[in-house]
Write a protein that binds this ligand. Structure first.
Ligand code: ADP
Ligand code: ZN
Length: 630
């Protein structure tokens, strides 16, 4: 086991540079504010006024002279706009201030004119204090706000963090509390068995998994599921969020990780749950700009060290949750770390009904409430949204003095929550839903009709992840290392299927196809420039395949062809895509009946697995595997 790095002894405060620049600026601002009541005039004007006998009172300070002018006859000496600024008062006269200039005769002249004058001691302690204290307070306030927003603890918590105790608690949550995500439940059931009965698995020399990564959009029940695992196994549950690790002092995060694992080991068997793993597990080197880098990197390293170091025989299993698996450091996903992945999707119609059933147990429900109807109206809701919905409906009913929560309360609660979610674009309106249904049906139909395309395993209009609206999942029937041109062309068709379906049905296309077009273009480019699959260009490779995970700056695209060739390449790519476009259009027009059937079924069921899909297209003979082959 490698020694944990010793860097946490050296604590470095991270303050953004621009912040330090802000400080003097705020200082100047305050200074200006405190002198704001007096109008500044040139020293020469002051002297002229003095000579003309217009000055009644003067205070001489270290570097400014301020005072009062008599009210009459000033316009002969001062410009009119200056006078307007002075806002002179009848009984007090006009206030002025001027910057002091070395002028040995000043005192004499003032005496001659009979001006009352006085010197001022240097400390204007009040304004000085204010002009420093306020910017400083402002500084801390903003810093604190930023720190909180960045997910770090407040500046004032710095001292506390070290002494943190990770409370382990029996969660009391069981798998019965988790509904609508049965596949994930089954997978985690195994972990419960490991925790309950470690001997049984160890007997034959098998290794119990160390880490399971739960992937899913916010509110899909990742935390709930982790708690249920602990609850079912009857073991303590240590939980911490990845963002809590990322402290503002270098080294604190790493120390916390060490603490956490030490405490968990004492309480074993138990579960450690790390929420928002992405906050500390971002791929190293991605965020070059932010100063958080070294800190986050150390914390991540410490986590890797701890995961490698502890042995599962003690019965500690780490569950982690993220909604952005793609940005995780690959090191986290290596065998012996988070090598098992469980995906949570937003629930489909049936799933939503089941989740509603779980949550209505806690409220007094009118028998007239139809949960399946509510489920049908809440496409796009995650488990947390549904829990929120039930609660909101109960509150509405209570406010109206009802004894039971009825359908009207649910209706209103749905409207409220939908309005909130629409802002986060998580709920589709019926028109969008139809567009997505046809789009996905287009992909699926082409995939099933083309001889060399991969089988469709699942098709859904429930958003998965952040960007996509729906998805069509294809599974190759075997691992492939070599692809033929006919297969690549079929894949190209599948990419375009969604967009062409939209074009056919609505005569219009949406922005939803952007990713598809990107993929299609990339594929066509590869075919032309790397695989030599263009007749016009022949069998030459124009670009070298590049290793995907290299640092972008390190990869300079090498062009070894002329401008002329570049044009031909572009034309060939465009031709490949246009040909595919025509082919797909042809196919979809011929099978418009099937397209409609699929889309309507999707609108109704929201997700279909392979069986349901094949049932609808029984007339199309099923292919044997993804074909091609030898
Ligand atoms: P995540 O960790 O994925 O953001 P949570 O597990 O914190 O989501 O879910 C928040 C709440 O939403 C849960 O406490 C639970 O009440 C409800 N919830 C989410 N998913 C489900 C589900 N599948 N079944 C029942 N309740 C759920
Ligand atoms: Zn698509």
């Amino acid at each position: 086991m490698p020694e944990p790095s010793n860097n946490d002894a050296r604590k470095i405060v991270r303050i953004p540079l621009w912040y330090l620049l802000l400080l003097p600026l705020a200082f100047l601002l305050m200074q200006a504010l405190f002198q704001g009541e007096r109008t500044q005039i040139p020293y020469s004007d002051f002297k002229n006024l003095l000579q003309a006998g217009k000055v009644s009172e003067v205070t001489v300070a270290e570097d400014v002279i301020s005072g009062t002018l008599k009210n009459e006859g000033l316009d002969q000496i001062l410009p009119r706009e200056k006078l307007a600024q002075m806002r002179c008062k009848a009984e007090h006269g006009c206030n002025f201030v001027t910057v002091r200039v070395a002028d040995p005769q000043l005192v004499e002249q003032m005496q001659d004119q009979g001006v009352r004058f006085t010197g001022q001691q240097k400390s204007e302690w009040f304004s000085t204090l204010l002009s420093w204290v306020i910017p400083l307070a402002l500084f801390f306030w903003i810093w604190n706000g930023m720190a909180k927003r960045a997910g770090m603890s407040s500046v004032f918590d710095i001292g506390k963090s070290k002494a943190r105790v990770y409370v382990a608690s029996k969660t009391g949550v069981t798998f019965d509390d988790v509904a609508g995500i049965d596949e994930a439940k089954d997978e985690l059931m195994e972990i419960v068995e490991f925790l309950k009965n470690p001997e049984r698995y160890r007997r034959l020399g098998g290794k119990i998994p160390k880490g399971v990564l739960i992937v899913g959009a916010p509110g899909t029940g990742k935390t709930l599921l982790a708690k249920a695992v602990a609850g079912e196994a009857g073991v303590p549950f240590f939980s911490i969020s990845g963002s809590e690790f990322v402290e503002m002092f270098v080294g604190v995060g790493a120390a916390r990780v060490r603490d956490l694992f030490a405490q968990a080991e004492e309480k074993a068997p138990c579960i450690i749950f790390i929420d928002e793993l992405d906050a500390l597990g971002k791929a190293r080197g991605i965020s070059i700009v932010s100063g958080a880098n070294s800190e986050q990197e150390q914390t991540l390293n410490q986590l890797l060290v701890e995961m490698d170091g502890f042995d599962t025989n003690k019965g500690v299993i780490i569950l982690a949750a993220t909604n952005r698996p793609e940005i995780l450091d690959p090191a986290l996903l290596r065998p012996g770390r988070f090598d098992r992945h469980v995906a949570l999707d937003r629930p489909d119609l049936k799933g939503r009904e089941k989740i509603l059933q779980v949550h209505v147990k806690h409220i007094v429900l009118s028998p007239q409430v139809d949960l399946s109807a509510i489920a049908a109206r809440t496409a796009g809701f995650a488990g947390a949204d549904l829990a929120n919905l039930v609660n909101e409906a109960a509150l509405l009913a209570a406010r109206r003095g009802k004894d039971q929560v009825d359908m009207a309360d649910f209706d209103e609660a749905i409207d409220r929550i939908v309005a909130g979610l629409e802002k986060k674009t998580r709920v589709m309106n019926p028109k969008e839903k139809e567009t997505v249904a046809y789009h996905e049906a287009g992909h699926a139909l082409i995939a099933e009709l083309r001889p060399y395309a991969d089988h469709v395993s699942k098709i859904s209009i429930i958003p998965r992840g952040i960007a996509a609206l729906g998805y069509t999942q294809q599974l190759p029937t075997e691992d492939r290392y070599l692809l033929k041109k006919s297969e690549l062309l079929d894949r190209l068709d599948v990419f375009l299927g969604g967009r062409v379906a939209e074009e056919l049905v609505f005569g219009d296309i949406s922005t939803g196809a952007q990713n598809d077009l990107q993929m299609a273009t990339d594929m066509a480019r590869h075919m032309v420039t790397q695989y030599g699959m263009s007749e016009r260009l022949g069998m030459a490779a124009f670009e070298e395949g590049r290793a995907p995970f290299l640092h972008p700056a390190a990869v300079q695209e090498r062009k070894s062809y002329s401008e002329n060739t570049a044009q031909v390449i572009d034309a060939e790519i465009a031709r490949l895509i246009e040909d595919a476009h025509q082919r797909v259009k042809q196919t979809l027009m011929q099978r418009r009946d099937l397209l409609d059937t699929l889309a309507h079924a999707l609108l109704q069921k929201e997700t279909m697995d392979r069986e349901e899909l094949r049932a609808l297209m029984a007339e199309v003979p099923e292919r044997k595997g993804s074909a091609a082959g030898g």
